[in-house]
Design a protein around this ligand. Structure first.
Ligand SMILES: C[S@@+](CC[C@H](N)C(=O)[O-])C[C@H]1O[C@@H](n2cnc3c(N)ncnc32)[C@H](O)[C@@H]1O
Ligand code: SF4
Length: 475
């Protein structure tokens, strides 16, 4: 069951934006997000805004979808008409399962974006895909249409874990699809992993990491399993059929990911994301983090342009009806104050939440030996989070900015949680650069972050760690 959308003020029927917002277009990077709200079946853990064929009502169908997106794009072109962005730097087609649409439809949508605003010559164009929904031929078509990057949901190498997650693909299919994508000419290929699933052991996760490394991809996203209200997985846990995930286990998996991926030449650059080279980092994700502007097309998609953040109606049939009536699908919006900036307010709110959570965990701790990461994390209890990376604007999900467990785990492990800042939230593991930028009083004396500093993060000595406030894994 998809989660709920936030509240806000109404969006005008023609979708128009205040002049202050349209004037700001072009001042920062500009991206386009396209949400494709279809899946062949719903995985038991997922509450993304996506629907199986049975769940789609009147007016909504996969066949009609590309034209509906193009209709919203035409409206977007009119809204930004006087101030067209100079070029589109990034496009991200997410879901759901975008590759349930024919490659021709995905090509038409990309062509529409190019015709409306113009794609930059070096634009990053990503589509998400389920491993079982692509073939060597469809991958070649997507590459030929201009897609430059593909993100595949692998989740695990262990058949038992895939079964608990209700995945449709067999173990090994995701890495096979990643190789097919590389053969089709994709230089940038991501594999998503989920860790901390009940039944997964350390060896299973090590095998998942080994497989992504040997698949030759240049990007890995590793997400702690979030038990979302209203999902089948949550119901199974409530009934006692499956144990709840352990925060301690999640923390250990996160460290295992950093160790294995760092060893294989990947660098961590965002809470849940690692890339082999700076050029392999997901520029679209970074655009969200850096207050860029983007138009989100599709049901439940979120947008941000010039300090106005809005989100579309959620259900595909409501979306179809609005567009059929030549109305904006925008449901509600909020106008950001200069102080809050595009993300400042949300980051600050998340930082406050982390501080409060870490304080609570601190009160429950023994108070004698300091934070003791494992014990505190264990006492920390369940905190719901967002799986789509820690960025505050995961457009498809249409959720409020909730802190992710990975960030919470880090906060609980921080020696001085009261000093957590928004930069710590963005940096997650508090790299030197972020600490310097935030003016952190604890910033390490050494310069130059890099992987050497990353591995030192796990030592317990006082100097040379990326963040002296983040203690060793075990004491
Ligand atoms: C929008 S999904 C799209 C990927 C594609 N539909 C698939 O499943 O292969 C993006 C990723 O979010 C992650 N995800 C979704 N729900 C999650 C949850 N409850 N906990 C952790 N990660 C989750 C999964 O790793 C998934 O691959
Ligand atoms: S994880 Fe992917 S395939 Fe599974 S329901 Fe969510 S969006 Fe669909």
């Amino acid at each position: 069951m998809p989660g709920v959308l936030p509240e806000g003020e109404p969006v005008p029927a023609d979708g128009s934006l205040p002049a202050t917002a349209t004037r700001a277009v072009g001042a920062r990077g500009f991206g386009v997000y396209v949400h494709v709200p279809f899946c062949a079946s719903r995985c038991g853990y997922c509450d993304f805004n996506t629907y199986t064929a049975d769940e789609l009502g009147g007016g909504a169908s996969r066949e009609a979808y590309a034209d509906q997106v193009l209709a919203e794009l035409a409206l977007a072109g009119r809204v930004l008409g006087d101030a067209p962005p100079p070029r589109v730097d990034t496009v991200f087609v997410g879901g759901g399962t975008p590759t349930l649409l024919p490659a021709d439809d995905l090509a038409r949508i990309l062509d529409g974006i190019d015709r409306t605003w113009g794609l930059a010559a070096d634009a990053e164009v990503t589509t998400e895909a389920n491993p079982e929904s692509v073939t060597p031929e469809s991958l070649k078509s997507l590459r030929a249409a201009g897609y430059t990057r593909i993100s595949l949901g692998m989740q695990s190498a262990a058949p038992g874990v895939l079964a608990i997650l209700d995945r449709r693909h067999r173990a090994g299919r995701a890495t096979e699809a990643a190789r097919e994508a590389r053969d089709a000419g994709f230089d940038h290929v991501n594999l998503d992993l989920i860790y901390g699933t009940p039944g997964e052991n350390a060896e299973d996760f090590a095998a998942s990491l080994a497989q992504v490394v040997s698949a030759g991809v240049d990007h890995v996203s590793a997400y702690a399993l979030i038990v979302e209200d209203g999902t089948r997985l949550a119901a199974r846990m409530r009934r006692g059929e499956l144990p709840y995930p352990s925060d301690d286990v999640a923390a250990d998996r996160y460290l295992a990911a950093e160790a294995a991926l760092g060893e294989a030449g990947f660098s961590w650059y965002e809470v849940s994301n690692w890339a082999r080279t700076p050029g392999g980092q997901c520029r679209h994700n970074l655009l969200y983090w850096t207050g860029g502007h983007w138009w989100g097309l599709g049901p439940g998609a979120h947008s941000h342009v010039g300090g106005v953040r809005w989100w579309n109606v959620k259900h595909p049939s409501a979306y179809a009806k609005r567009l059929a009536a030549a109305q904006s699908p925008g449901l509600a919006r909020e106008v950001l104050t200069p102080r809050r900036g595009a993300h400042g307010g949300r980051h600050a709110a998340v930082a406050a939440r982390l501080r409060a959570a870490a304080r609570r965990a601190g009160r429950r701790g023994s108070g004698r030996r300091g934070p003791g990461p494992g014990r505190r994390a264990a006492r920390f209890g369940r905190v719901r989070g967002r799986p789509g990376g820690a960025h505050p604007a995961r457009p498809a999900a249409g959720r409020r900015g909730r802190a992710r467990p990975a960030a919470l785990i880090l906060a609980v492990r921080c020696r001085r949680p009261a000093a957590l800042t928004p930069a710590c939230v963005v940096g997650g593991r508090l790299p030197r650069r972020a600490l310097s930028a935030a003016g952190c009083p604890d910033r390490a004396p050494r310069s130059g972050p890099g992987r050497a500093a990353t591995s030192r993060t796990r030592t317990s000595s006082g100097s040379g760690r990326a963040c002296p406030r983040w203690p060793s894994r075990r004491r």
